[in-house]
Ligand binder design. Structure first.
Ligand code: SF4
Length: 403
């Protein structure tokens, strides 16, 4: 594992540097987009403070990023080309750049969703679930979009069109999502510690796994993904508290408790564990073959890390079946992967976690060894006696507490 850590570190650094050298900052061709969304208008060159285009009919066009660069979605800023009428109403708009995960924001990008902004006056609230429709599982992104449009439009209306605008935002919203995540994380981590001391508490693990599926998977749709790490490495961080809480709790827990996240919190891992309880004939795989193929997930992680960091596009690394499942959106190929994983999970314990999961690979690399895990015939990962720590998901079934 030491070797793998070094290889991963070297690949990450080389890929990051190559990405920086090979990729020039992306230039968005705003004039092309202006022609596309308002072909009937002729615009001047971009000028002024804040920078804007002016049309022959007095319509003002601007890139929201020039005015509100600090408002970020789940993966950096969402850049919107906005056209304002001289009266301060939105005439047209188009999202011209974003790095959000398409599975979640595909509806936000459609013209039918964006149409609700057309005709709005800059002084309207632009508040999600009030005058702007929310999208379940994409709350962070749609809030960022609404705020970007509100802030940049009011600035341009005030400073270019001379309209009196309302100041300030929509007020602070209580951060319920990350608080729920943190509570659930604390509860499961508490049980993880209890099961180390007393095996009686193991009987609650299935209940906690069901809780993780319902709370993190279905309700919040907030779970750790390798894209969190890619966004961090590419400095495309979110302004959402939930994003930071998921990232920090997972990485810290991996450092102190190995793959605890996989064994107690991951909703996808939990589902596959339950799939194995389906009474069908199981496959017997020899230890040698099994352990050899477990390296596939590290290989996949290396390949995707290379392509993401060299291309500087986090979504190149989106091969995680759980994103398709919990976003309820994906190509036929990604849905086929989900179905195949479920079918294989009925035959092989935790098929995804053992052979394919990038988060499992990261967790394995961050796990420190602990000889108190002795192995058990009921092991959910089918680990052999005295298992390698990077393959243990810390269910604590075989943990021997030293008094
Ligand atoms: S090795 Fe032990 S603690 Fe780890 S997953 Fe298997 S049974 Fe659970």
């Amino acid at each position: 594992m030491k070797k793998m850590r070094v290889v991963f570190l070297v690949v990450t650094i080389v890929a990051l540097l190559s990405g920086l050298i090979l990729n020039r900052p992306e230039r968005v061709d705003e004039k092309r987009y202006l022609k596309e969304i308002a072909p009937e208008l002729v615009f001047s060159e971009k000028k002024g403070v804040p920078p804007h285009y002016r049309s022959d009919r007095g319509i003002i066009a601007f890139n929201s990023y020039d005015i509100a660069p600090d408002i970020r979605g789940y993966a950096g800023p969402i850049k919107v080309l906005i056209l304002l009428t001289p009266e301060g109403r939105i005439y047209r708009l188009k999202i011209i750049h974003h790095q959000e995960t398409e599975n979640y924001v595909h509806y936000m990008l459609t013209s039918s969703y964006l149409r609700q902004f057309i005709g709005k006056h800059v002084n309207e609230p632009f508040e999600v679930d009030n005058d702007i429709d929310g999208i379940s599982r994409a709350t962070v992104s749609v809030k960022a979009l609404a705020e970007t449009i509100r802030v940049s439009s009011r600035t341009v209306a005030s400073e270019v069109l001379g309209i009196e605008v309302k100041r300030g935002g929509t007020g602070r919203v209580f951060p319920l999502d990350w608080l729920i995540y943190l509570c659930w994380f604390s509860i499961t981590f508490g049980f993880y510690l209890l099961t180390k001391r007393n095996k009686r508490f193991l009987k609650y693990r299935d209940l906690l796994l069901i809780g993780s599926i319902l709370i993190l998977g279905v309700y919040l749709s907030a779970f750790f993904s390798i894209i969190h790490l890619y966004n961090l490495l590419l400095l495309q961080v979110s302004s959402s508290g939930l994003w930071f809480v998921v990232l920090l709790t997972t990485v810290v827990s991996m450092l102190i408790a190995g793959r605890f996240y996989c064994g107690w919190l991951c909703p996808f891992g939990a589902i596959t564990e339950f799939f194995h309880k389906v009474p069908v004939r199981k496959w017997r795989i020899s230890f040698e073959v099994d352990y050899r193929y477990r390296w596939v997930k590290y290989l996949l992680l290396l390949l995707f890390t290379l392509s993401v960091l060299i291309g500087r596009k986090p979504h190149y690394g989106n091969y995680e079946a759980y994103i398709t499942l919990f976003s309820l959106h994906g190509s036929s190929l990604s849905w086929s992967v989900v179905i195949l994983v479920f079918v294989f999970s009925t035959k092989v314990k935790r098929f995804w976690c053992r052979y394919l999961c990038p988060v499992g690979a990261i967790g394995g690399m961050l796990s420190s060894s602990d000889s108190r895990y002795k192995g058990s015939k009921d092991c959910p990962m089918e680990n052999k006696p005295s298992p390698p720590t990077h393959e243990c998901i810390r269910c604590n079934r075989c943990y021997e507490h030293l008094i």
